[in-house]
Design a protein around this ligand. Structure first.
Ligand code: GLC
Length: 439
């Protein structure tokens, strides 16, 4: 009994000695690794939509690995509303959100309220991004955001209906008008009275600017403001014809309601079987193929149709992450966004949520190519991408785009005539930048 107690005591002493050694060893190692990093709590907005889940998972993983905490904030889905809220928070010097998701067209607008990330980044953090993305994230030599995912619109169509009616996937806008009208007529006659030919984003906001830019640029009518000279080009005969074409769709192949649609309303109409064609971004694909989606397995995708000039034009979209100038943890916040935009994470985002990488090498990744069903169409669309004139109009892009989408909305809704409205828009934009000087 006594012997058992003694050996237990000896064991305990030995165990304590081992523990003390371990603690000492840890302390020595920690000292060698530099001062202990204080745990930070970072607040991040992942935006909304399907990408939010993979973004949250990745941010949580980073926080666990680094001994920090992350909190999440939701922001409105509409790009225009989201910008207004972010501007308000930044103007109020709010430290509530450390990391913001930025639309590709915003860095020039928000740069003064964002930190320059370069001092906190390693060279590998910035290598291999697509040039167009890095260009729009660099303002006056300061890198104010890191590209998170690229976006490019597609033409979604009801494969089952086109097959049943023996109709082709349209390659030009003119053909889209004809095929959508015919498919709509036949589907209605076959017992779907509420179906329409084509849904898109027609509310007066950034999404309509993207749609209208595509109609105009694909007709050879330019990109509203010339990216090189800064000159306003919007009032021209090709732009007028392109907008007249879209105006002709309302009430014929597109419901009146399209004039209130953002991305999600268009998707809801298409997903519930109320449209033959839809213009939307790649995020819609996973939702349309959801097990409970009424159109699952019946949808095809194609590049947007070509315009009168024979070109297709797909607006280059995409999202970035940036760190607020008012963040109390700029170093940790930058480390978090470097993690979220790293090649390995972009690969996971592509495989899990279908997000298009902004690291160009991933487009040669065999597993990605094989597992993303639309990869070939998406890369084709990316090659035809046109940039909105945000880099040239800088801090005034949001005003330019709002004036554009308001004018287009007036035209396509039939509220005002195309010619005079474009002339007024041209004058208004020229007034913002006499002689093309936007600085
Ligand atoms: C998508 C694009 C973005 C664009 C927006 C318009 O989110 O990624 O660049 O501004 O749609 O609604």
């Amino acid at each position: 009994m006594l012997r058992t107690a003694r050996s237990a005591l000896a064991c305990a002493v030995l165990a304590c000695a081992v523990l003390a050694c371990a603690v000492l060893a840890c302390a020595v190692l920690a000292a060698a690794a530099g001062p202990p990093v204080a745990a930070a709590t970072l607040t991040l907005s992942c935006g909304g939509g399907v990408q939010a889940d993979t973004c949250r998972d990745a941010a949580q993983r980073w926080a666990r690995q680094q001994g920090h905490q992350v909190r999440f904030v939701d922001l409105p889905n509409s790009s225009t509303e989201r910008l207004a809220l972010i501007q308000q928070m930044l103007a109020g010097h709010s430290a509530r959100i450390d990391v913001y998701p930025l639309d590709i067209v915003w860095p020039g607008q928000l740069a003064s309220e964002l930190i320059d990330l370069r001092p906190y980044l390693r060279p590998a953090d910035i290598e291999g991004f697509a040039q167009a993305d890095l260009r729009s994230d660099t303002v006056d030599g300061r890198l104010v955001a890191l590209p998170y995912f690229a976006d490019v619109p597609l033409l979604y169509y009801r494969k089952d209906l086109l097959d049943a009616f023996g109709l082709p996937v349209p390659r030009s806008w003119d053909e889209l008008g004809r095929v959508a009208a015919e498919a709509q007529r036949r589907a209605r006659a076959a017992g779907q009275p509420r179906i329409w030919g084509y849904v898109w984003q027609g509310a007066a906001y950034e999404g309509l600017s993207c749609n209208a830019l595509e109609w105009i640029a694909s007709a050879g009518g330019g990109t509203l403001v010339d990216a090189r000279s800064g000159r306003v080009t919007v009032d021209n005969p090709r732009a007028r014809a392109a907008l007249d074409m879209a105006r002709g769709w309302i009430g014929t192949i597109s419901p009146l309601d399209v004039l209130n649609m953002h991305e999600e309303q268009a998707r809801a109409a298409f997903q519930s079987g109320h449209a033959v064609f839809m213009r939307n971004w790649p995020y819609a694909r996973a939702l349309l193929e959801h097990p409970r989606s009424p159109v699952r397995g019946r949808v095809g995708v194609a590049p947007l149709p070509a315009g009168a000039g024979g070109n297709t034009a797909a607006t280059l979209g995409g999202w970035q992450f940036a760190v607020s100038r008012h963040s109390r943890h700029p170093r940790e916040a930058t480390a978090l966004i470097a993690y979220l935009t790293a090649p390995q994470q972009q690969r996971t985002d592509a495989l899990q949520a279908g997000l298009l990488p902004t690291r160009t090498a991933l487009y040669d990744d065999a597993e990605l190519r094989a597992s993303l069903p639309d990869f070939a169409v998406l890369t084709q669309a990316l090659r035809a991408a046109v940039e909105r004139p945000s880099s040239v109009t800088r801090a005034r892009y949001a005003r330019v785009s709002a004036a554009f989408s308001d004018a287009v909305h007036d035209i396509v809704s039939g509220r005002s005539a195309t010619g005079p409205t474009l002339r007024r828009l041209q004058r208004r934009l020229q007034h913002m930048a006499p002689d093309g000087a936007w600085n």
